[in-house]
Design a protein around this ligand. Structure first.
Ligand code: 5GP
Ligand code: MG
Length: 186
């Protein structure tokens, strides 16, 4: 059962603290800012889990950029990836000839991002790269490596800093493993 007054009560282990998140994003953001300076990139956020990461990372990059968002679904609200990619919202801008950077909350099986990359590549961007907040390499089912990773984490279902369970815990400032007691009866 989801705790009604204290989100941290539902966290088994904190994997990445609030402070670690902020300092790592500042570090990677500086690198990305240097790499994309003068390239006028389109930075695409994969909704909804990317929201806090997107806000912090794009500010840390400190360069002119255009922003856009898309929404796909492979989990359908539960904890298992259904493997089927559904587009809920596409980006608004034309990416042909543009440098595109995709920001994602977590890379697990890789199924979602691989399908997404194929669709976007067909639109003819000048470059197409991925930066993920979290990488769970143990979960990979397709061959896909992110170009930039903030944190590599072990297997396990995590929530916080944008990541949800049934739309809850996205506003938790850290990333942690959800207690089994929260979802075992679902
Ligand atoms: P993939 O297609 O790589 O398996 O999964 C990508 C999407 O699945 C992520 O963008 C995220 O929405 C969801 N996901 C994968 N692992 C986790 C996890 O540990 N916790 C949560 N909350 N979502 C996850
Ligand atoms: Mg996501």
């Amino acid at each position: 059962m989801i705790h009604e007054t204290d989100m941290m009560q539902d966290i088994e282990t904190v994997l990445v603290t609030e402070e670690e998140i902020h300092s790592r994003i500042r570090e990677v953001g500086k690198q990305l800012g240097d790499l994309y300076r003068g390239k006028n990139p389109i930075v695409i956020g994969v909704l909804k889990g990317v929201v806090p990461f997107y806000a912090e990372m794009t500010q840390a990059m400190q360069i002119p950029m255009q922003e856009d968002f898309l929404s796909v679904s492979s989990y359908g609200g539960g904890m298992q990836s259904s493997g089927k990619l559904t587009f809920r919202k596409d980006i608004d801008q034309d990416i042909r000839g543009r440098h595109v950077l995709i920001l994602e909350d977590i890379l697990d099986t890789g199924v979602t991002l691989k399908a997404l990359l194929e669709i976007l590549r067909e639109r003819g961007p000048a470059s197409l790269k991925i930066c993920t907040l979290l990488d769970k390499p143990s979960g990979r089912k397709v061959e896909l490596d992110p170009d930039y990773t903030c944190f590599v984490i072990p297997d396990g279902f995590v929530v916080g800093y944008g990541l949800d369970y049934k739309e809850y815990y996205r506003n938790l400032p850290c990333v942690g493993i959800l207690k089994k007691s929260v979802y075992q009866d679902d």
